[in-house]
Design a binder for this molecule. Structure first.
Ligand code: ZN
Length: 235
Protein backbone atom coordinates (compact mmCIF):
# COMPACT_ATOMS: atom_id res chain seq x y z
CA UNK A 1 0.00 0.00 0.00
CA UNK A 2 1.22 3.47 -0.85
CA UNK A 3 2.27 5.46 2.20
CA UNK A 4 0.40 8.71 2.64
CA UNK A 5 2.45 11.89 2.80
CA UNK A 6 2.11 15.20 4.56
CA UNK A 7 3.56 18.00 2.46
CA UNK A 8 4.58 21.17 4.25
CA UNK A 9 5.86 24.44 2.89
CA UNK A 10 8.26 26.34 5.21
CA UNK A 11 8.42 25.86 8.98
CA UNK A 12 6.50 27.22 11.97
CA UNK A 13 9.56 28.94 13.44
CA UNK A 14 9.66 31.03 10.27
CA UNK A 15 6.24 32.48 11.07
CA UNK A 16 7.29 33.10 14.68
CA UNK A 17 10.26 35.06 13.33
CA UNK A 18 7.99 37.26 11.17
CA UNK A 19 8.70 35.63 7.81
CA UNK A 20 5.25 36.26 6.38
CA UNK A 21 6.00 36.19 2.65
CA UNK A 22 7.16 33.79 0.00
CA UNK A 23 6.77 33.25 -3.73
CA UNK A 24 4.88 29.96 -3.26
CA UNK A 25 1.37 30.07 -4.69
CA UNK A 26 -1.75 28.28 -3.47
CA UNK A 27 -1.88 26.65 -6.91
CA UNK A 28 1.56 25.12 -6.28
CA UNK A 29 0.49 23.97 -2.81
CA UNK A 30 -2.61 22.36 -4.37
CA UNK A 31 -0.34 20.15 -6.50
CA UNK A 32 0.69 18.41 -3.25
CA UNK A 33 -2.73 17.91 -1.68
CA UNK A 34 -6.43 18.63 -1.60
CA UNK A 35 -6.80 18.97 2.16
CA UNK A 36 -5.07 21.04 4.81
CA UNK A 37 -4.37 24.44 6.23
CA UNK A 38 -2.02 27.39 6.25
CA UNK A 39 -1.98 31.13 5.89
CA UNK A 40 -1.46 33.77 3.20
CA UNK A 41 1.29 36.29 2.51
CA UNK A 42 1.19 39.11 5.03
CA UNK A 43 -0.71 36.77 7.39
CA UNK A 44 -3.83 37.84 5.54
CA UNK A 45 -6.17 35.37 7.21
CA UNK A 46 -6.29 31.62 7.63
CA UNK A 47 -6.25 29.07 4.82
CA UNK A 48 -8.29 25.89 4.89
CA UNK A 49 -8.47 23.32 2.10
CA UNK A 50 -11.04 20.59 1.72
CA UNK A 51 -11.84 18.43 -1.29
CA UNK A 52 -9.44 20.44 -3.44
CA UNK A 53 -11.12 23.76 -2.66
CA UNK A 54 -8.97 26.36 -0.95
CA UNK A 55 -10.58 29.05 1.18
CA UNK A 56 -9.34 32.24 2.76
CA UNK A 57 -10.80 33.24 6.12
CA UNK A 58 -10.32 36.94 6.75
CA UNK A 59 -9.78 38.77 10.03
CA UNK A 60 -13.51 39.55 10.26
CA UNK A 61 -14.23 35.80 10.36
CA UNK A 62 -15.79 35.67 6.89
CA UNK A 63 -14.43 33.42 4.17
CA UNK A 64 -14.28 33.13 0.42
CA UNK A 65 -12.58 30.95 -2.17
CA UNK A 66 -8.88 31.60 -2.44
CA UNK A 67 -7.35 32.50 -5.75
CA UNK A 68 -4.74 29.99 -6.97
CA UNK A 69 -2.31 32.85 -7.62
CA UNK A 70 -2.35 33.99 -3.98
CA UNK A 71 0.89 33.33 -2.14
CA UNK A 72 1.61 31.65 1.17
CA UNK A 73 4.44 31.72 3.74
CA UNK A 74 3.27 28.45 5.38
CA UNK A 75 0.98 25.60 4.42
CA UNK A 76 0.45 21.88 5.17
CA UNK A 77 -1.53 19.61 2.85
CA UNK A 78 -2.15 16.00 1.98
CA UNK A 79 -4.31 14.07 -0.47
CA UNK A 80 -6.96 13.09 1.99
CA UNK A 81 -8.26 9.54 2.13
CA UNK A 82 -9.65 8.35 5.45
CA UNK A 83 -8.10 5.25 7.04
CA UNK A 84 -10.33 5.45 10.13
CA UNK A 85 -13.93 6.67 10.29
CA UNK A 86 -15.75 7.15 13.58
CA UNK A 87 -19.32 8.33 14.10
CA UNK A 88 -19.82 10.91 16.83
CA UNK A 89 -23.01 10.36 18.80
CA UNK A 90 -22.03 12.17 22.01
CA UNK A 91 -20.65 15.69 22.11
CA UNK A 92 -16.91 15.99 21.74
CA UNK A 93 -14.52 18.91 22.35
CA UNK A 94 -10.80 19.33 21.73
CA UNK A 95 -9.90 17.25 24.77
CA UNK A 96 -12.43 14.58 23.80
CA UNK A 97 -10.89 14.45 20.34
CA UNK A 98 -7.49 13.81 21.93
CA UNK A 99 -8.91 10.90 23.95
CA UNK A 100 -10.59 9.52 20.84
CA UNK A 101 -7.36 9.81 18.83
CA UNK A 102 -5.56 7.79 21.54
CA UNK A 103 -8.14 5.02 21.10
CA UNK A 104 -8.34 5.07 17.31
CA UNK A 105 -4.77 5.65 16.11
CA UNK A 106 -1.68 3.42 16.30
CA UNK A 107 0.23 5.93 18.48
CA UNK A 108 1.47 9.49 19.04
CA UNK A 109 4.59 9.45 16.87
CA UNK A 110 3.04 9.50 13.42
CA UNK A 111 1.26 12.37 11.71
CA UNK A 112 -2.51 12.25 11.21
CA UNK A 113 -4.79 14.26 8.97
CA UNK A 114 -8.05 14.90 10.80
CA UNK A 115 -11.42 15.79 9.33
CA UNK A 116 -14.39 16.39 11.60
CA UNK A 117 -17.67 17.17 9.95
CA UNK A 118 -21.06 17.68 11.50
CA UNK A 119 -23.06 19.88 13.79
CA UNK A 120 -21.15 22.13 16.16
CA UNK A 121 -22.84 23.84 19.09
CA UNK A 122 -19.79 26.11 19.48
CA UNK A 123 -16.51 26.72 17.70
CA UNK A 124 -14.09 29.27 19.10
CA UNK A 125 -11.72 30.58 16.43
CA UNK A 126 -9.19 33.29 15.88
CA UNK A 127 -7.90 34.94 12.76
CA UNK A 128 -4.83 37.14 12.60
CA UNK A 129 -5.23 40.52 10.91
CA UNK A 130 -3.23 41.26 7.82
CA UNK A 131 0.21 42.50 8.81
CA UNK A 132 2.09 45.42 7.34
CA UNK A 133 5.82 45.89 6.84
CA UNK A 134 8.10 45.97 8.70
CA UNK A 135 6.62 42.71 9.95
CA UNK A 136 6.40 42.13 13.69
CA UNK A 137 7.21 38.72 15.13
CA UNK A 138 4.19 36.44 15.49
CA UNK A 139 4.10 36.89 19.29
CA UNK A 140 3.34 40.58 18.68
CA UNK A 141 1.21 40.08 15.58
CA UNK A 142 -1.28 37.97 17.54
CA UNK A 143 -2.19 41.13 19.47
CA UNK A 144 -4.05 42.01 16.28
CA UNK A 145 -5.98 38.76 16.21
CA UNK A 146 -9.72 38.63 16.56
CA UNK A 147 -11.57 35.85 18.29
CA UNK A 148 -14.97 34.59 17.16
CA UNK A 149 -17.46 32.14 18.58
CA UNK A 150 -19.67 30.33 16.09
CA UNK A 151 -22.89 28.87 17.50
CA UNK A 152 -25.06 26.07 16.09
CA UNK A 153 -23.29 25.59 12.78
CA UNK A 154 -22.93 22.74 10.36
CA UNK A 155 -19.35 22.73 9.23
CA UNK A 156 -16.02 21.01 9.24
CA UNK A 157 -12.62 21.06 10.88
CA UNK A 158 -9.64 20.20 8.72
CA UNK A 159 -6.09 19.85 9.92
CA UNK A 160 -3.42 17.70 11.44
CA UNK A 161 -2.02 16.08 14.50
CA UNK A 162 1.77 16.28 14.58
CA UNK A 163 4.07 14.49 17.07
CA UNK A 164 5.63 16.39 19.97
CA UNK A 165 9.11 16.01 18.50
CA UNK A 166 8.06 18.22 15.56
CA UNK A 167 7.44 21.38 17.62
CA UNK A 168 8.96 24.36 15.82
CA UNK A 169 9.08 22.65 12.45
CA UNK A 170 5.30 22.62 12.64
CA UNK A 171 2.72 22.99 15.42
CA UNK A 172 3.03 19.91 17.64
CA UNK A 173 -0.29 18.40 18.67
CA UNK A 174 -3.53 19.48 17.05
CA UNK A 175 -3.80 22.22 14.44
CA UNK A 176 -7.32 22.50 13.03
CA UNK A 177 -9.07 25.15 10.95
CA UNK A 178 -12.84 25.53 10.90
CA UNK A 179 -15.12 26.42 8.00
CA UNK A 180 -18.90 26.46 7.97
CA UNK A 181 -20.95 24.28 5.64
CA UNK A 182 -21.96 27.42 3.73
CA UNK A 183 -18.23 28.26 3.45
CA UNK A 184 -18.91 31.76 4.73
CA UNK A 185 -16.96 31.78 7.99
CA UNK A 186 -14.37 30.05 10.13
CA UNK A 187 -10.83 30.42 11.43
CA UNK A 188 -7.96 28.85 13.37
CA UNK A 189 -9.70 26.70 15.96
CA UNK A 190 -9.05 27.31 19.65
CA UNK A 191 -11.79 25.00 20.95
CA UNK A 192 -15.04 23.47 19.79
CA UNK A 193 -17.99 21.33 20.81
CA UNK A 194 -19.28 19.00 18.12
CA UNK A 195 -22.62 17.41 18.95
CA UNK A 196 -23.08 15.03 16.06
CA UNK A 197 -21.10 13.99 13.01
CA UNK A 198 -18.06 11.99 12.11
CA UNK A 199 -14.34 11.98 12.57
CA UNK A 200 -12.14 10.80 9.72
CA UNK A 201 -8.46 10.15 10.24
CA UNK A 202 -5.71 9.49 7.76
CA UNK A 203 -2.42 8.00 8.90
CA UNK A 204 0.53 9.91 7.44
CA UNK A 205 3.85 8.08 7.56
CA UNK A 206 5.78 10.23 5.09
CA UNK A 207 6.64 13.87 5.57
CA UNK A 208 8.10 16.30 3.06
CA UNK A 209 9.17 19.86 3.76
CA UNK A 210 9.89 22.38 1.06
CA UNK A 211 11.90 25.32 2.34
CA UNK A 212 11.56 28.84 0.95
CA UNK A 213 14.55 29.85 -1.12
CA UNK A 214 14.31 33.58 -0.42
CA UNK A 215 17.20 35.42 1.18
CA UNK A 216 15.26 36.38 4.33
CA UNK A 217 14.42 32.76 5.16
CA UNK A 218 17.88 31.46 4.35
CA UNK A 219 19.54 33.90 6.73
CA UNK A 220 16.96 34.23 9.54
CA UNK A 221 17.61 32.97 13.05
CA UNK A 222 15.24 30.01 13.22
CA UNK A 223 16.77 27.96 16.03
CA UNK A 224 16.05 27.62 19.72
CA UNK A 225 13.17 26.18 21.69
CA UNK A 226 10.10 28.20 20.85
CA UNK A 227 7.47 25.91 22.40
CA UNK A 228 6.17 28.68 24.67
CA UNK A 229 5.75 31.02 21.72
CA UNK A 230 3.92 28.33 19.75
CA UNK A 231 1.61 27.55 22.67
CA UNK A 232 0.87 31.27 22.98
CA UNK A 233 0.31 31.95 19.29
CA UNK A 234 -1.46 28.73 18.31
CA UNK A 235 -3.50 28.19 21.49
ZN1 ZN B 1 -3.88 27.84 12.24
Amino acid sequence: MKRAKLFQFSIMNGLLEGLYESEKTIGEIAEHGDFGLGTFNGMDGEMVAYNGEFYQIKADGTSSKANMSQKTPFASVTNFKADIVHEITESINKEGLDQLMKQLTPGPNLFYAIHLEGYFSTVRTRTVSKQHKPYKKFMLAVNDQKEFVFHDKQGLLAGFYSPDYMQGITVAGYHLHFITELRNGGGHTLDFMMEKGKVEIQILEDYEIELPSNEKFINANLGGDRSKEIEFTEG
